[in-house]
Design a binder for this molecule. Structure first.
Ligand SMILES: Nc1ncnc2c1ncn2[C@@H]1O[C@H](COP(=O)(O)OP(=O)(O)OP(=O)(O)O)[C@@H](O)[C@H]1O
Ligand SMILES: Nc1ccn([C@H]2C[C@H](O)[C@@H](COP(=O)(O)O)O2)c(=O)n1
Length: 233
């Protein structure tokens, strides 16, 4: 048996396949799964729903401790609630996507959400795959496995655009999707507190030319290797 439940950090920009890969890896290995972007989206949704000016960092910071955000970590049925309300749908609107980078750049928001994430990871009995932007660098610097996924903006925009066309009538075209994605990456990488970044000890995988199944298999291989290397108890 492993000395402790394995913790896997998967970071990278939007559309690189973090969520799809993390969910599948966690499900196949019987681990928990945490989508940290959903938590930042949830607090952003709450700010917008409560009339907080998301472009005023002081106003956001003043109420950052108010909403109660609860994440369910079953990879086959991940959930997210704010003050008891299921927000899995509302957090994916264009309005939330457009505001989330500003809200998540506020240090008080990051402190609050980081504490939440660390608590969830520490309490995961079978280990957990945590995906986001700063998991390997800041949230869980001691993670057993750190992976940083990348892909060309064109591939990422095509993936997102296909996904949006399938679910949202009147969704933005490929060029608009690419532009929005690059803008969000720049904001997430450029913020002062805990920006999107590869940890020095993370392994980078470019997924541009890979199928989702190839990425999943590669990550499972890395996680299984790390489990084998753990000291036995
Ligand atoms: N290697 C791949 N090849 C083709 N499509 C992929 C690949 N990886 C993911 N996808 C598809 O791309 C879309 C975006 O993937 P996913 O949501 O997992 O990315 P993400 O990195 O979590 O993005 P975000 O940070 O914005 O949530 C999904 O429709 C997914 O099925
Ligand atoms: N660890 C994280 C995860 C996410 N964010 C912010 C920045 C993203 O643009 C936004 C939404 O994430 P997504 O749902 O697209 O994965 O949340 C962050 O700052 N740190």
């Amino acid at each position: 048996m492993s000395a402790h439940p394995v913790i896997v950090a998967i970071d990278g920009p939007s559309g690189t396949g973090k969520s799809s890969t993390s969910k599948a890896v966690a499900a196949r290995l019987g681990m928990g799964y945490l989508d940290t972007g959903a938590q930042y989206r949830a607090i952003t949704w709450w700010m917008l729903s409560n009339g907080v000016d998301v472009n005023d960092p002081a106003a956001v910071a003043a109420v950052a401790g108010k909403p109660e955000i609860v994440s369910g970590t079953d990879p086959l049925a991940p959930t997210i609630t704010v003050d008891g309300t299921d927000v899995a749908g509302p957090i994916r609107t264009a309005e939330v996507t457009g505001a989330v980078s500003a809200v998540s750049a506020v240090p008080a928001v990051r402190t609050r959400i980081t504490e939440l994430q660390r608590g969830i990871a520490a309490g995961a009995p079978a280990g957990i795959v945590v995906e986001g932007r700063d998991i390997g660098t800041t949230v869980l610097p001691g993670a057993d496995v750190k992976i940083f996924l990348t892909a060309d903006p064109e591939a990422r925009a095509a993936r997102r655009s296909g996904e949006l066309r399938g679910t949202a009538p009147g969704a933005p075209d490929l060029a608009a999707t690419r532009e929005a994605l690059i803008k969000r990456d720049a904001a997430d990488s450029g913020r002062t507190t805990s920006p999107l970044a590869k940890a020095d000890d993370a392994t980078e995988l470019d997924t541009t030319e890979l199928t989702l199944e190839q990425v999943i298999s590669w990550v499972i291989g890395v996680v299984e290797d790390a489990g084998r290397k753990q000291p036995r108890s």
